[in-house]
Design a binder for this molecule. Structure first.
Ligand code: NPW
Ligand code: ADP
Length: 301
C-alpha cells in the first residue's frame, strides 16, 4: 500500500497558470441539501470553491435557496422543486437538465444532505456527467437491488463512502468493513470501476487498474474531523480539484485519482491545522473548510 504524502501532492496538484481565467478551472455542479440538511450542501459547495474550482453551481430545494444564496454568494444557486418533506423532487429533473444545457458544468457532486430524495436515482443513472458520488447518493445506490449489475463501470466517477455507507453498498456488517478495510475498498472499486475511498482514520483511496486495484493510505487528519459535516467538506474539495485537473487533462480515471489523492490529504491537513487553533474538540466542519487555504499554502511552500 502506498502512502499519500506531501510528495504525492507535489506531483499531482493542479497548476494555476498566471494567465488563467475562471473557465480554466472547471465548473462544479453540486446537487446537495434538503430542508433539514442544507448545511451539508453549503459545506460541499463552499469547499469546491475553496479548493479552486472556477465556478460552482448549487442545485437545492427552493425553500432553502434564499438563505443559502445569501450565505454563499460566490455560488450560483439553482432553486428546484421539492417534496412535502423538503427533499429535492423528481419533478426537478427537467429544470436541472435545462440548466445543465445552458451552463455546461464539467462534473457533478451528488448526495450530501439529500436524504431519500426521489431525484437521486435519476442523478445516478441518467446524468451524463463525471460524478463524485457521496452520502445519500451512495445510500440510494445501495438500496437498488443488484446495483452492481446496472452500474456503467466505464463512467468517470469517484465514490466517497464512510464505513457505514460501504457496509450498505457491499451488504456486509459494518464490523467486517472496519476489520477488512483494504479488502473492502478494493471490492467496491472492482464493483464500481471508479476511484473509491473508504473514509476514517487513515482514509484509503483505491484506484482502478487492469489487474489488482492500487490502494493508497492518507497520512493527514485526526479526531478533529470526527464531527458532523466533515465528509461534506471532503466531497466538495475532491470535486473542486477534479474540476481543475479534468479541465486541463480530461475527465478520466487518472485525473479522478489525482483529485481524490490530493483531496483527502488537503482535507486532513486542513483538519489538523484547524485543530492547532481550536483543539481536537472545538473544530467545526466549517473550520476545516476555512483552513483549506492554509493547507494549500503549506503544500505549495
Ligand atoms: N449539517 C448537515 O446538514 C449535515 C448533514 N449530513 C448529512 O446527513 C446524511 C446522513 O449521513 P450520516 O453519515 O450522518 O449518516 P449515515 O449514512 O446513516 O451514517 C451513519 C452510520 O455510519 C457509521 N459510520 C460513519 N462513519 C463511520 C466511521 N468513520 N467509522 C465507523 N462507522 C462509521 C455509523 O456508525 P455508528 O455511529 O453507529 O457507530 C452509522 O452506523 C448525509 O446526507 C450527510 O450528508 C451530515 O454530513 C452531518 C451534517
Ligand atoms: N479519527 C479520524 N481521523 C482522521 N480522519 C477522520 C477521523 N474521523 C473522521 N475523519 C474524516 O472525517 C470525514 C467524515 O466523513 P463523514 O463520516 O462522511 O461525515 P459527515 O457525513 O458528517 O459529513 C471523513 O473524511 C473521515 O475520513
Amino acid at each position: 500500500m502506498k502512502q499519500i504524502t506531501r510528495e504525492t501532492l507535489s506531483a499531482f496538484l493542479p497548476r494555476r497558470e498566471k494567465t488563467a481565467h475562471k473557465g480554466s478551472f472547471g465548473r462544479v455542479l453540486a446537487v446537495a441539501g434538503s430542508r433539514s440538511m442544507g448545511g451539508a450542501g453549503f459545506l460541499c459547495a463552499k469547499s469546491a470553491l475553496t479548493a479552486g474550482a472556477g465556478l460552482v453551481f448549487w442545485a437545492l430545494p427552493q425553500s432553502i435557496q434564499p438563505a443559502f444564496a445569501a450565505a454563499l454568494p460566490e455560488a450560483i444557486t439553482l432553486p428546484l422543486a421539492q417534496t412535502a418533506d423538503g427533499l429535492l423532487a423528481e419533478d426537478a429533473w427537467t429544470d436541472l437538465l435545462d440548466f445543465i444545457r445552458e451552463h455546461r458544468p464539467s462534473l457533478a457532486v451528488i448526495g450530501p444532505g439529500m436524504g431519500q430524495s426521489p431525484l437521486v436515482d435519476k442523478l445516478l443513472f441518467d446524468l451524463s456527467l463525471p460524478l463524485v458520488v457521496d452520502a445519500d447518493a451512495l445510500n440510494a445506490l445501495a438500496r437498488r437491488p443488484h446495483w452492481e449489475q446496472h452500474w456503467p463501470k466505464d463512467r468517470p466517477c469517484i465514490f466517497t463512502p464512510h464505513p457505514g455507507e460501504m457496509a450498505r453498498l457491499l451488504k456486509e456488517p459494518m464490523a467486517q468493513t472496519q476489520e477488512e478495510r483494504l479488502h473492502q475498498v478494493q471490492e467496491l472499486c472492482r464493483k464500481t470501476g471508479g476511484v473509491t475511498l473508504l473514509k476514517g482514520c487513515g482514509t484509503l483511496v483505491c484506484v482502478p487498474q487492469a489487474q489488482t486495484p492500487q490502494v493508497w493510505q492518507n497520512t493527514t487528519g485526526g479526531p478533529a474531523l470526527a464531527k458532523a459535516g466533515s465528509g461534506d467538506v471532503l466531497s466538495g474539495v475532491i470535486a473542486g480539484l477534479w474540476a481543475q485537473l479534468g479541465t486541463a487533462q480530461g475527465f478520466d480515471a487518472a485525473s479522478a485519482a489525482k483529485a481524490a489523492l490530493c483531496g483527502v490529504y488537503l482535507h486532513g491537513l486542513a483538519g489538523d491545522l484547524a485543530a492547532l487553533k481550536r483543539s481536537d474538540f472545538g473544530v467545526l466542519a466549517r473550520d476545516t473548510a476555512d483552513a483549506l487555504p492554509q493547507a494549500f499554502l503549506e503544500v505549495l511552500q
